[in-house]
Design a protein around this ligand. Structure first.
Ligand code: FAD
Ligand code: ZN
Length: 466
């Protein structure tokens, strides 16, 4: 039987799409990678995934697993060869179980993140992973990319929120590792191999996730600070005063918020334009009054110590959402401004101020007129250190000419300051060469050994990461 006939028999002909407009599957979110799929295959169960993977192994058909297709490094779409099967997990969207006493839930990999958050909230529990793509990204994709987001400071990355996995191996076997255990030292922890593997080792079909009690109240504030070093002093003060109830600490550069002001003038900005704005998020297990009082006291102290020039505390859920909306509007404002160069970097928090000062200056020396657009998850040491071409330049042409050199300058500086050139978005196709150049030969060799052991035919998302 042909591969196509086999997969049709497994998932039903209606769930194999090999013609028509496949842009939703073949074009990545940033519209930077457009591939062509041999066919889109949409299994409905773990058994169907396993059978499809076995058929692919028999016929040597490469597989690209896809969830919500919101990944930012070109790893979720097929290449241009027309030979890769696109395995879409979105029909697998069941919440399988919630164990409130164990504080865990088990879900299909194709569940949309927001649906998982809502299912937890319906039981008065919290699944804390949170990011701007949560309305369309899936848990399988979140785990395959080890997504971060806005609550990492308190709850960790996707990796820290996953206790168990169910995976279909490259040979088409089902590994059921869906334990809800917080301690389990029985050999190599396979879960951690598949988390962050970007579909290159196997297909994640299910996961057991960590839940938390739903906080009684939350709070959001914006604070104006004069420099990143001062923002970091504020972070230390906030951590000392609020402890684990500090759940988010984001930073927005003045230029970044200026772009939001220019392209979304309808969005109110509570603070006047300044150098840097910090967004603080807090959650509290006692009450809204308690939360508010702690927040006010923190900001009072910060004002007294001259750390902040001005602050605005949200007094309603709507105001809090509006503050987050400002932060989340920066990437869109950047797109409207025009094509730009994105960097998702991590640095030791203590080195961030010096890194930005020195790298901004080096960029402007080598590329006069470029506009650094800086924002990110400061509490996690993760910056989205982006670069907008000079005003008046043909942005697409500028990128064509200079993007590579800009990346080299920025990533060299990141290495010099002890950082990482990919904090939360991964490697994919976009940063594969960077990984090959910048990771140590020993690390690369160990990674290749793992890849070869788990995927000897090289059929799982080939050409991505390694
Ligand atoms: P896809 O894009 O479909 O796939 C991503 C990768 O995972 C691919 O390599 C794919 O092959 C693999 N994959 C998908 N499903 C599976 C599976 N079941 N088994 C094996 N491999 C699989 N990321 C952050 O970390 N933090 C953020 O704050 C953040 N914000 C974002 C905001 C926006 C607006 C957008 C568009 C993206 C953002 N991202 C962020 C990127 C982030 O990686 C994704 O949003 C999300 O984690 C990917 O989920 P997905 O289901 O869309 O995966
Ligand atoms: Zn981010």
């Amino acid at each position: 039987m042909s591969w196509l006939a086999e997969v049709r028999a497994i998932v039903g002909a209606a769930n194999v799409i090999d013609g028509g407009d496949l842009a939703a599957y073949e074009l990545d979110w940033r519209k930077r990678f457009r591939g062509r799929a041999l066919a889109v295959v949409r299994p409905a169960s773990t058994e169907e995934v396993a059978a499809v993977v076995r058929a692919c192994a028999t016929h040597r058909v490469p597989i690209v697993a896809q969830g919500g297709n919101t990944g930012l490094v070109g790893a979720s779409v097929p290449d241009a060869s027309g030979t890769q099967a696109l395995l879409s997990l979105t029909r697998m969207n069941r919440v399988r179980a919630i164990d409130a006493a164990n504080l865990t839930m088990t879900v299909d990999a194709g569940c949309v993140l927001q649906a998982v958050q809502e299912a937890a909230a319906a039981q008065d529990l919290l699944f804390p992973l949170s990011l701007a793509a949560e309305g369309s990204c899936t848990l399988g994709g979140n785990l395959a990319t080890n997504a971060g987001g806005t609550q990492v400071l308190r709850y960790g990355n996707a990796r820290e929120l996953c206790l168990g996995l169910e995976v279909v191996s490259a040979a088409g076997e089902i590994w059921n590792g869906l334990t809800g255990l917080r301690k389990d030292n029985t050999g190599y922890d396979l879960r951690h191999l598949f988390i962050g593997s970007e579909g290159t080792l196997g297909v994640i079909t299910g996961a057991t996730l960590k839940l938390y009690p739903q906080p009684a109240a939350g709070g959001t504030a914006l604070a104006a600070v004069a420099s990143l070093d001062v923002a970091i002093a504020l972070l230390q003060l906030a951590q000392a005063r609020l402890g684990a109830s500090l759940t988010g600490f984001e930073v927005m550069g003045g230029y970044a918020l200026g772009l939001v002001r220019r392209h979304f003038p309808q969005l109110a900005q509570p603070l006047p334009p300044g150098e840097w704005t910090v967004l603080l998020e807090q959650s509290d297990s006692e009450s809204a009054e308690h939360a508010h009082a702690l927040f006010e006291a923190l900001l009072e102290t910060a004002l007294e110590r001259g750390l902040i020039a001005d602050a605005a505390v949200a007094t309603s859920v709507e105001q809090s959402k509006a503050m987050w909306h400002l932060r989340e509007s920066i990437p869109m404002a950047q797109s409207i401004e025009g094509p730009n160069i994105k960097h998702d970097i991590a640095l030791p928090i203590s080195a961030i101020g010096a890194f930005v000062t020195s790298t901004d200056a080096a960029l402007l020396r080598s590329f006069p007129g470029v506009r650094p657009v800086n924002f990110g998850h400061l509490g996690d040491g993760n910056l989205h250190y982006n670069v907008q071409p000079p005003i008046g330049a043909d942005a697409a042409a500028y990128l064509g000419e200079h993007e590579h050199a800009v990346n080299t300058l920025v990533f060299d500086a990141v290495a010099e300051f002890g950082g990482s050139f990919s904090a939360e978005h991964g490697i994919g196709a976009l940063k594969r060469d960077e990984l090959a150049q910048r990771k140590s030969p020993v690390a690369l060799s160990l990674m290749r050994s793992i890849k070869h052991a788990l995927d000897p035919l090289g059929l799982m998302n080939p050409g991505r990461m390694l």
